[in-house]
Design a protein around this ligand. Sequence first.
Ligand SMILES: [Zn+2]
Length: 66
Amino acid sequence: MNRRERRRAARSDPGKYRDMIAALTPMLRCPDCNSDIELTDVDGLLTVLVRHDDTCPVYRAMQGER
Ligand SMILES: [Zn+2]
């Protein structure tokens, strides 16, 4: 299934993918800090946002800090 087919399938049954992603979202927490997870749905586009602690080593590495 290519991207176009996945998007078409998600539009035809948005609840199917939303529920699956919502169930998986807690697993996306950062193991190195007390991160918060936000799942947003804007017109069927699901976005998972991981909010790291400011002191998180993963976050600091992504920012180019030590
Ligand atoms: Zn983190």
